[in-house]
Design a protein around this ligand. Sequence first.
Ligand SMILES: O=C(O)c1ccccc1NCC(=O)[C@H](O)[C@H](O)COP(=O)(O)O
Length: 238
Amino acid sequence: MINFKRQANAIKNCNKTNKTNKNAVIAEIKVHSPKYGDLLKQRNELDILKIYEEAGVVGISYITDKQYFNGDFDVFKEICKNTELPVLRKDFITKKAEIEKTAEAEASTVLLIPRILGEETAEFVDYANSCGLDTLVEVHNEQEIEIAKNTKTSMIGINNRDICKLELDDGTVSLTEKLANLIPKDRILVSESGISNLNDLNIALMYTDAVLVGTSFMKADFEIQKEFVKSFVGENYD
Ligand SMILES: O=C(O)c1ccccc1NCC(=O)[C@H](O)[C@H](O)COP(=O)(O)O
């Protein structure tokens, strides 16, 4: 089977080149937010993909959940097909068949949530790895960190928001500051959600290897979107 394990390597390679001030930014093509509504605003997902690529991000995230985030698996497949960047699938995965479907789409990484999978998280990580996928195991509290630590996941994400509140809470990077030192250094650590400006970004990157940003990139006006994303990636990126 083809090995799609690219997300973790992309972040590691990016960090090696940090001499050039390039930050490891995973950019989300987020079409809908439960809090802000439509974020796509009649734009095309593949145009946004191109902007993110040109801005120098290390990876792409896309939410396939339809019910709350208006995601579309066919769009996800198109995104995977149209980029060399690693692509993360975010969804509420509960079945191994969904992991197979993610690998078939030639994604790089699948999100797994201990809040949903509990002690089965480790088994789902192994299964995703056997399908050639990287895994991002997402935590929001100490109990979930214990579950994540007992898996072979290469990446752990601290979601600054409580996903059970479906984005109606305001996540802040203070959660990343609080939890980061509980996560073993051999895992790639990602700060996710609620990162809306360079101050948030800099705080998150003091504690983590990468950040995942959606809403603030999507809310930036189309004309300035690339420059805005570039400012997160780092001034010296070309
Ligand atoms: O993170 C999850 O557990 C999740 C699972 C399924 C659908 C959506 C999910 N979370 C939302 C996000 O992933 C955020 O959009 C992402 O972290 C970006 O956050 P923001 O920059 O605040 O839009």
